[in-house]
Ligand binder design. Structure first.
Ligand code: SF4
Ligand code: SF4
Length: 475
């Protein structure tokens, strides 16, 4: 602590690039050295003003600099909580996934909306639109700490007419925003999406002619998709905006691989920014005629300068609620947050001295919410095989969803299997978290470093140097 205080005293409130790098490295050493949570929290509090002082000298507004400070310090705390395998992290998720709508007008094989999957009732998934009030509630609790929001999990975001408004709200928390859509929607207000401040739009188009396209995108209409792309490109030009960056994403199956060259040509002609060929999940269990193809995967930037485009998209006017929330979160010390956290979580589990070899990164980095406010730990779809709905965010109870009982149990499963079994034995037969039988992400921990690094590079236009970004994203 003495060393940290000396750095801060020397650099003062304004800070310098080297000083900020030193500050972050010093906290990082403490995190990796597994110092106590009280010690880490006190370092975060000591770093708050110097970091803000430094960030506000860049192109960020004072409020944006506060948001960036909160996001960076929360990230360091998240690293500590993951490395320590904490079951009740003080850190908040630094990524959010939100469904503006649970419904979709298409019925692709393998999806919760597939006709046969629905008939067999494999998934627990009901239609519904996300309300602005519920989304605001999520943002009030988690928005100040998140770097990115993906507005799509298992629904088509364009079926909610209010999605552009939700994106606007997200942007006022200085969050990078993305949606993934089929774009096969007749009523589509391209200008509203361009105006909303949306950064990135993934267009899921797996074919270039109707016959081939609709083999997988059942009920989709390629002409509607093309018209909507034209409208988006025109709206960007009219409104003089470089965002959203449009990526045509082509899932390569055996039935559509021969159309990749035509799709690429069409993407170029329409003015799309990126073209990518991706390997799909195997959906042949639902439709045996739809098989993944063994073709080279590509990602081509048709219009360069993606990060520059994102950088220019942080200059937003925060609304009153976002401003108040960011100010409040910034002014509340991490020590106070820890004290409140301990009040809410008095019975935190004692973990083994040596942390377990593996944990699931989703339990620390991202929180997923569907249109009904159901909180899921990851992008797996809820089904009958175990409990995946970890909590529900309601207007009346927007408290600590990230540390619900199921979240704690799921983390304990990875942190200490024996303690987990003991807890389960005393559970009285209530269903345990799906994670205990999950086959995904059991070997590699992916904290989302690539995405974090991109957010840090684009937020503040290069004010954070590459070595510091490496510390913050390379763990
Ligand atoms: S477009 Fe997406 S959400 Fe809709 S059915 Fe297809 S995969 Fe599912
Ligand atoms: S263990 Fe599986 S179900 Fe649980 S959060 Fe990780 S990926 Fe999702």
């Amino acid at each position: 602590m003495q060393f940290l205080r000396r750095i801060i005293r020397n650099r003062g409130r304004r800070g310098t690039l080297a000083g900020i790098h030193k500050l972050i490295s010093t906290i990082d050493q403490k995190v990796r050295g597994r110092e106590s949570i009280d010690e880490i929290v006190s370092s975060l509090d000591a770093a708050r003003q110097p970091l803000w002082g430094y960030f506000r000298r860049g192109p960020c507004s004072p409020l944006a600099a506060k948001a960036l400070t909160l996001k960076v310090l929360n990230l360091m705390l998240a690293k500590r909580e993951l490395l320590a395998r904490s079951t009740t992290p003080l850190s908040r998720p630094y990524g959010l996934v939100v469904d503006p709508s649970n419904g979709c007008n298409l019925a692709c094989p393998g999806c919760v909306h597939s006709t046969s999957v629905k008939a067999l009732k494999i998934f627990d998934w009901n239609k519904g639109l996300l309300s602005e009030a519920l989304f605001r509630s999520l943002m009030q609790h988690y928005g100040s700490y998140a770097f990115q929001i993906m507005f799509c999990n298992y629904g088509e975001p364009l079926t909610n007419p209010n999605t552009p408004r939700l994106i606007e709200i997200a942007k006022s928390y200085y969050v990078q925003t993305a949606i993934s859509t089929s774009l096969s929607i007749k009523r589509f207000d391209a200008e509203a999406y361009v105006r909303s401040g949306l950064d990135f739009m993934i267009l899921s188009i797996d074919g270039a002619t109707q016959k081939v396209y609709e083999r997988y995108r059942k009920n989709g209409n390629i002409e509607v998709v093309y018209r909507n792309i034209e409208n988006l490109v025109r709206a960007k030009r009219t409104l003089k905006k470089r965002t959203p960056v449009l990526r045509w994403q082509f899932l390569a199956f055996e039935h559509n691989a021969h159309e990749i060259p035509l799709a690429f040509k069409t993407a170029k002609a329409l003015g799309v920014d990126q073209f990518t060929v991706k390997a799909p999940f195997d959906v042949s269990w639902d439709d045996p005629g739809v098989q993944p193809a063994d073709v080279p995967l590509t990602n081509v930037e048709l219009d360069s300068g993606t990060e520059e485009k994102f950088s220019g998209n942080y200059a937003v006017d925060s609304d009153e609620m976002a401003t108040e929330t960011i100010e409040h979160e910034f002014e509340t010390s991490w020590a106070d947050k820890l004290a409140q956290h301990r009040e809410r979580q008095p019975a935190s589990t004692k973990l083994p001295v040596v942390p377990s070899e593996h944990t699931c990164h989703w339990l620390y980095k991202t929180m997923v919410m569907d249109a009904h406010g159901r909180i899921l730990p990851c992008c797996a779809a809820p089904h009958s095989a175990g409990e995946l709905v970890f909590s529900t965010l309601t207007h009346a109870r927007p408290d600590d969803c990230f540390n619900s009982e199921l979240y704690q149990e799921a983390r304990l499963f990875f942190a200490d299997k024996a303690a987990y079994q003991e807890e389960r034995a005393q559970s009285g037969g209530t269903p345990g978290p799906y994670c205990a039988g999950c086959k995904f992400d059991q070997l590699v921990t992916d904290i989302g470093g690539k995405e974090i690094a991109q957010s840090l590079r684009t937020f503040g236009k290069g004010i954070i140097d590459s070595q510091t970004i490496q510390i913050l994203s390379g763990w």
